[in-house]
Design a binder for this molecule. Structure first.
Ligand SMILES: [Zn+2]
Length: 316
């Protein structure tokens, strides 16, 4: 496998209240690419969000997690909105879509979102800029595959136009999601409704672009959903297999490299003990089949391979 190197931590200019070295959206390459068998894979940095550090680490005490990812003055940690663009022989597939451009100022402030693109050039967010840098147009995408429908994964699937109308960002694509995750998102209760926003789902229904699939569905040759429940009951990771090589886009099974140890589980997870078993099972396969693990939210590291200790990356 050939791949570009993960960059070392850069030193972007700090905003007020940020600790030194705090990542910014522009502090990293927009696109990092690698070949995996017949696939060409691009990790696109579709921006950053900032979420409460305590919520991101559940029962892990701050003195432990702050050594891994330093919080800002408001106790928030920076998290990437990394999406995966996969050039497969039969299709161009985008896995997850970041947070999009529909949030108002208050939403963007609360979640510390930095993802502005170049609207005048038809790129509402960094996602569209990244797709172009990888050599494609948003209209080229055949399949938008969602690991789950939380706003920081499904938000970029739709775009608010200048006239205020919300439309699919990828009108030439089918939007693929697990049927039970879609059902779950459509009947939210008080605990989960802040994460599932109808503005991310309804326009895609209106344009009749959804395709619903079952567990472990193969989306295109060698690219399939893998059920990794816990974060949500129907959360899925994405496994790519080609030419004897394997990579797994973990999504919220393990958002950052700091979450590799089994009990380091987000407070957001609906069933943390289920997450624990999903991780245990995934790490065994990852180790024995030498998976490349791809992290959606790690603010610095896009990918790596699991070390024997099952709690860090090789070479870390
Ligand atoms: Zn999520």
């Amino acid at each position: 496998m050939t791949q570009d190197q993960n960059p070392k931590k850069t030193k972007p200019e700090s905003a007020e209240g940020d600790p030194p070295g705090f990542p910014t959206a522009s502090g990293f390459p927009l696109v990092r690419s690698l070949d995996l068998g017949a696939f060409r894979v691009h990790a696109i940095e579709a921006g950053l969000q900032r979420l409460d550090g305590g919520a991101m680490f559940g029962v892990v005490p701050r003195p432990l997690w702050e050594r891994r990812i330093a919080p800002d003055a408001r106790n928030r940690i920076p998290l990437a909105l990394r999406c995966l663009l996969v050039e497969a022989p039969e299709a161009l597939i985008l896995v997850d879509t970041g947070v999009g451009n529909k949030g108002d100022d208050q939403f963007r402030r609360i979640y510390g979102i930095e993802n502005e693109g170049d609207p005048a050039e038809g790129a509402p967010t960094r996602l569209e800029l990244g797709i172009r840098e990888a050599g494609h147009e948003p209209s080229d995408i055949d399949i938008v595959l969602m690991t789950h429908l939380h706003f920081d994964h499904a938000g970029g699937g739709t775009t608010r136009r200048d006239d205020g109308e919300i439309v699919p960002s990828f009108p030439g694509a089918r939007y693929v999601v697990h049927e039970e995750e879609f059902r779950f998102a459509g009947s939210p209760n008080e605990r989960i409704r802040a994460s599932y926003l109808s503005e991310n789902l309804e326009p895609i229904s209106r344009y009749n672009l959804w395709d619903f699939v079952g567990t472990d569905a193969e989306i295109t040759g060698g690219l399939r959903l893998v059920h990794t429940p816990g974060h949500t009951p129907h959360h899925h990771s994405v496994l790519l297999e080609s030419g004897g090589e394997r990579a797994c886009f973990l999504a919220d099974l393990c958002p950052t490299t700091a979450h590799l140890p089994l009990p380091w589980i987000m407070g957001y997870d609906l069933e943390p003990l289920v997450t624990l078993e999903s991780k245990r099972e995934t790490w065994e396969r990852a180790l024995h089949e030498d998976w490349l693990l791809i992290f959606e939210h790690d603010p610095v590291i896009a990918w790596g391979r699991l070390a024997e200790d099952r709690r860090s990356l090789r070479g870390e």
